[in-house]
Design a protein around this ligand. Sequence first.
Ligand SMILES: Cc1cc2nc3c(=O)[nH]c(=O)nc-3n(C[C@H](O)[C@H](O)[C@H](O)COP(=O)(O)OP(=O)(O)OC[C@H]3O[C@@H](n4cnc5c(N)ncnc54)[C@H](O)[C@@H]3O)c2cc1C
Length: 416
Amino acid sequence: MRIIVVGAGLAGLTCAKVLAERGAEVVVFEASDGAGGRVRTDERDGFLLDRGFQVYFTAYPVSRRHLDHAALNLMAFDPGAIVRRGREESVLSDPLRDPKALASSLLSDAATFSDKLRTLTLAAGSVTEGAVAAGDLDGEDSSSLDYLRGYGFSERVIDDFYRPFYGGIFLDRSLSTSARVLRFTFKMLATGKTAVPARGIGEIPKQLAARLPVGAVRINSPVRSLLRDGDRVVGVEVAREEHEADAVVVATDAPIARRLAGAAAPEGSVGQICVYYAADGVRSGKKIVLNAEDGGFVNNAVEISAVAPSYAPRGQHLLSVVALGGFELPDAEIYRRGIADVTRWYPQADLAPLAVYRVPYAQFSQPPGIHERLPENRTGTPGLVLAGEYTEDSSINGSMLSGEKAAGEVTRAWKI
Ligand SMILES: Cc1cc2nc3c(=O)[nH]c(=O)nc-3n(C[C@H](O)[C@H](O)[C@H](O)COP(=O)(O)OP(=O)(O)OC[C@H]3O[C@@H](n4cnc5c(N)ncnc54)[C@H](O)[C@@H]3O)c2cc1C
């Protein structure tokens, strides 16, 4: 039984890992120069630079089935956040687990007692739901904004906390993202830790790839087209060579899956610019700093080397800054705007530009109701199976669930 997987992102690698464990011969063709897809880390002058700021929730139910958390050496953020509105600062110790800890100037007057109670109720309610992914959650869907308003949160709390906080997670400050993603993320935040692997987020796909036989992942090998025999997919074409297989799993992002496999994959995306500085004088500790001001450039920032010291050379500090717009700006202007926001919050900060990552396609758009309309792994075409975040939800957990289900589909159809 020979299976070809197209794409070595988390979905493709998870699919390949499960199939290899079941005894199939698996080859993964990857277009780029390394495995990991959107989850990669570069090493430069002793700094570890994730290709976009992203975090891992230790409570993710599917990914923990495939990953060795201990070997990843996960380094946790402090819960809560630091909310900045210019010079004003409010430190939230842990609004999910300890609403009493909602502290100091900015939110204490706005976050009424009932807000705090509602936060608690939302957290408590979310942990009882048995879903393994956002798309699994039941109930009528709405935008995250309507959901929070429906819970009676004040506009001030929504503006000061939820927009920048979930804006950083959904990459969308308007909170138009499906409330299922909000509810599922809430559950992850309330039941586990937020972390990064000590050696960078790219350790996650590296660990998956290491579980495959040597040579199973072939990098710099873009699949140009699928080979067909009548209506059946029988292999792929790579660099003018034909490779035959019993089944092909297309595990690319949604736009490429539409083009390569005719998948009815969702349109639309959200993106992020991640800017790195070698930094001195930013006193955020292990907490994420959120920008409560609308119209600012930076949405969130964190001294990532305070969370995971190996992200910076000894004695130096790495600041990771996220903006949700401005993709067209030149690097110099992006660095300048980042410095302008951060030094308003921390006037003593000294920031030296290191790198800019523009990631316009970070996640597929997830408006309310989208999860019911996503494609299945099974297709109407014999020999063709789909994997990729866009069949579940946009996350590390969702993409790995998709890979797992695609492997299940191959197993079922070909009785491996
Ligand atoms: C900046 C950013 C921040 C994020 N933040 C978080 C977060 O905090 N937490 C979280 O859980 N998730 C986060 N995500 C989402 C998560 O990373 C993605 O959902 C997940 O990585 C998608 O994996 P995938 O395998 O579905 O797709 P991809 O990672 O896109 O993998 C597809 C692979 O297919 C390859 N490919 C494409 N075309 C071909 C071809 N013709 N031939 C061969 N190979 C091909 C690509 O090169 C790629 O390697 C974030 C993503 C980004 C980019």
